[in-house]
Structures are given as structure tokens and as C-alpha cells.
Design a protein around this ligand. Sequence first.
Ligand SMILES: [Zn+2]
Length: 176
Amino acid sequence: MGSKIYKIDVRRTKELKLPELLVLADRGDREHFYCVPNPEKVRVSCPHCGDTSVRIQGILHRNYLDAILREDESAIITVSLEFNKYRCTAPDCGCVFQPQFSFAAPYMRTTRRVADAIIKMVDVGMPYSEIAEELKKRISRQAVGQIYHRRVKELEDDTSEEAAWFRELMRKKFRG
Ligand SMILES: [Zn+2]
């Protein structure tokens, strides 16, 4: 990975509970976590040819809306992630790519666990506007609806153990 040396905030990294990310010390606060990928959890390999010989091609930043559990209550936070863009150095490839993270879908600016929380709130009958309030109005009512539909679509195709709660939810819904 990169040659930069980062000082990690162990306490907030534990609080975040996203194994792919490390929270940087001396930056941000209780509501704003500056993060870098955890090199032990984020695999860097070319999505085109699978090669792991890569060169750093630039640095990218992305902000995500996230929620963590703090003293038994959910706290809305911002995750600011800094990560590398890479170029594959395999002969005849040269593909430029970004690492893939599982905590958020590639096109989304909300973490999957927030999207899952939205699905659960919709399931108990909360209107989108109330969910937006619950998320401290960090996203609009319309955005709540978009996130809901995208995540449902994603989960419908997900056969993994992590999506078991969703299949159970759908079974209950259609049982009557
Ligand atoms: Zn490649």
C-alpha cells in the first residue's frame, strides 16, 4: 500500500466497527471520522486481470453518511474516507481502478448499515419524512426513498448469510 504513516485512533476505530476502515487520530471529532482503508482487510487487485502489481495513481476522498451505536443510542456520523486510485502494472493491462469496499455500495454515499436501518424503519411503517428526521435531516425524504429502493434491490440478489435478516423480513411480510 502507500508509504504514508498514519496515527490511528484505536478507540474510535473500535466504535466505528467497520473492519475495512481505520480512524485517524488528531483529526475530526465524535461526529466526524476521518478514515483510511485497513490494508489487512482491503484487497488491492486489478478488477480486470486480477494482478496485484499496482502503482498508486492518485488520492481520492469520499464522504459517507453513517450511524454508530454509542451508549445504546444510534449516533449519526460522517465518515470521510481517503483512499488510493491504482493503475495495474501487468503487461497489456494498465487498468485504472479503485478498491472495492463492502461497507457501502460503489455508487452510494450512505453506508449499507444505514440503508439497512432505513429498510427496518420502513418495515415498521415509518414514512420517509420521519426517517429523514431520524437521520437528523442529513438526507432528504426523496433520498431516503431512493436509498430504500436501491438497497432492497441489492438485498434481493444477495444470497449471503448477511442478508438472512432481509429474507426473513420479506417472508413475514408476504405471509400475511
Ligand atoms: Zn490488470
